[in-house]
Design a protein around this ligand. Sequence first.
Ligand SMILES: NC(=O)c1ccc[n+]([C@@H]2O[C@H](COP(=O)([O-])OP(=O)(O)OC[C@H]3O[C@@H](n4cnc5c(N)ncnc54)[C@H](OP(=O)(O)O)[C@@H]3O)[C@@H](O)[C@H]2O)c1
Length: 307
Amino acid sequence: MKAAFIERHGGPDVLKYGDMPDPVAGPGQIVVDITAASVNGADWKVREGKSGQLAHFPYILGRDFSGTVSAVGAGVTDLRVGDDVFAVCDTGREGAYAEKIAIKSAIVAKKPASLSHVDAAALALAGLTAICTVEDTLKLKKGETILIQGGAGGVAAFAIQLAKHLGAHVITTASAANHDYLRGIGADEIIDYNKVDFTTIVKNCDAVFDTVGGDVAQRSFAVLKPGGRAAFIASGPQAPKPERSDVVALRPSVGRDRPHLERIVELVTSGAVRPPEVTRYKLSDAVAAHEVSQSRHFRGKLVFVVR
Ligand SMILES: NC(=O)c1ccc[n+]([C@@H]2O[C@H](COP(=O)([O-])OP(=O)(O)OC[C@H]3O[C@@H](n4cnc5c(N)ncnc54)[C@H](OP(=O)(O)O)[C@@H]3O)[C@@H](O)[C@H]2O)c1
């Protein structure tokens, strides 16, 4: 099969496109013929060696995908050859930048016909992360106010729509070029972070969801009301420490399971959440996709159309 892989850590140019061995379905696994796979912020960090050491090279990147089951291993009874499915690779596993992947069937969900493979791939890890953060970790409630940092990114765009669906008031940050997009997906207030320091105008939030990291993450504590909670996904494995004692800092646990993927399907097919804006790439253009991802200034998701 063809795949995009790295042979060593380094810049985008270490990403190669070529032949790799076909995967085989082990017990409890399926093989999926991948139609679309998405680029996630973690991918360039893994490529550069900033996100843990890799056990082997060549190493196929990629954490989420959508495609069609082409083989089932021993003991798999819930999925069949020909089923259209989407998934996020198991924790610590990758390999979605490829024409085929072997994966535990228990963490794979059926893709509804109304959702394209490209949109399903775009939604998988972003949606899973948004649901685990907004519903499971922050436990956002109707009538609460949330600041979502980095609104135009894939995770944040899902989170904005989910928070609105739950009945919250949503404030978000983005550069001016993305404001119409964010208004279109329901954000109530949008701050141009290039012009305005959010800490000067946002106050008394019940919750913060930071997808930006660094200084933005640390300064986000200032907008919380006493008792407020903040969740961070772009500050590494630990949440940053607040300088005040009356708020909580949380690092969501983003596990892999079928029910959370089915929650994505429910939210999207009911119309509560619409898929993000997608820029399509060929798998052979992974270098170009990584350069855009690493720039951190694009809208929605970058998706490889694999077949
Ligand atoms: N399970 C997990 O823990 C998990 C899962 C998924 C993602 N992540 C992490 O979460 C982060 C977000 O990922 P993502 O894929 O949604 O988006 P991303 O690709 O990392 O970010 C892109 C967006 O960030 C915005 N942005 C950049 N700097 C900003 C700033 N100072 N203030 C406000 N917005 C800013 C950009 O909008 P503008 O062009 O408007 O600046 C752009 O739309 C990444 O660090 C990723 O690694 C973690």
